[in-house]
Design a protein around this ligand. Structure first.
Ligand code: NAD
Length: 280
């Protein structure tokens, strides 16, 4: 039976470290959070970010913009925050309205204030293994792997999902550790190759957003399984992996909820500290 790889205790430990570090700062770090579109999941994230920020001594400044705001006006708003010396980090809440393309926006967040690590400049540094600000969810996954004490060198790692915020940057972080990294996505499934790849994985990370996509009996005996997916099924939140069946084969497995989620917010705050240091 797998050990449960819970994010909460790790998050609590890291928060204590961050809190101590912030106490040594001469200033109170300020995180600007921009929401354009109202969305129930997003409200939950904002609440959790605010709570975590405040518990760490971070000033969380929330800006709700009109959902009809044009792309150029949103960019202008961000540029004003870039110029505001009292703001150390900027987060743009997802999703955005359909008339705004995040891929056009991310480059306008000052790389030094880019607490999500998604400005092309920060993502580019990731390729060279020199990024100081890392995308939050991939960073949370790496923290969880660290907790298992697994040596990633040469390990067969399969990442399912190739989004800009999770799968692609995570693959870069894993390559940096010399893991043998395979990235699967929708086309892998369409060619009926997903099961074959998953069965090879000594470490499996799934970030798709489809409940029970990964069958428990696909998990290699002793594998480490990190489930990033968040899916609402009835009134329950579940991941992308069949947790119960997979637990019988894996050595470590993250629960959903309570695995990656609690750590992601802490990674955001860690990035804010890094961003603040780059500015003061
Ligand atoms: P996305 O929608 O941007 O990307 C989904 C990825 O899954 C794509 O690469 C797509 O090709 C792939 N995919 C879709 N169907 C597939 C299939 N049948 N087989 C294989 N691959 C398939 O998603 P995202 O933003 O990366 O988020 C993925 C999931 O992770 C969502 O459930 C999201 O809520 C969750 N998430 C959780 C956290 C957290 O902190 N826990 C953070 C970010 C995202």
């Amino acid at each position: 039976m797998a050990h449960l790889l819970e994010g909460k205790p790790i998050a609590e430990r890291l928060k204590e470290e961050l809190k101590k570090e912030i106490l040594n700062f001469d200033i109170k770090p300020v995180l600007a959070s921009i929401q354009v579109l109202e969305n129930p999941a997003c409200e939950v994230y904002i609440k959790s970010q605010k709570k975590t920020a405040e518990s760490l001594g971070i000033d969380y400044r929330f800006y709700k913009l009109d959902s009809n705001i044009s792309e150029s006006k949103l960019i202008e708003f961000i540029q004003n925050l870039n110029l505001d010396n009292s703001i150390h980090g900027i987060i743009l809440q997802m999703p955005l309205p359909s008339h705004i393309d995040y891929k056009n926006i991310s480059e306008y967040i000052d790389p030094k204030k880019d607490v999500e690590g998604l400005n092309p400049k920060n993502l580019g540094k990731l390729i060279f293994g020199k990024a100081k600000i890392l995308p939050c969810t991939p960073s949370a996954v790496m923290e969880l792997l660290k907790e298992t004490k697994v040596d990633l060198y040469g390990k067969e790692v399969v990442v399912v999902g190739h989004s800009e915020i999770v799968g692609k940057p995570l693959a870069l972080l894993l390559l940096e550790k010399f893991a043998t990294t395979t990235v699967c996505h929708i086309a892998t499934s369409q060619r009926s190759k997903l099961e074959e790849h998953v069965k090879q994985a000594e470490i499996l990370v799934v970030a798709v957003g489809k409940a029970n996509l990964i069958k428990g009996n696909w998990i290699k005996e002793g594998a480490i399984v990190i489930d990033v997916g968040i899916n609402k099924v009835g009134d329950k939140i579940v991941g992308d992996v069949e947790l119960e069946e997979a637990s019988k084969r894996a050595s470590w497995i993250t629960p959903v909820p309570g695995g990656v989620g609690p750590l992601t917010t802490v990674m955001l705050m860690r990035n804010l500290l890094e961003a603040t240091k780059l500015q003061i």
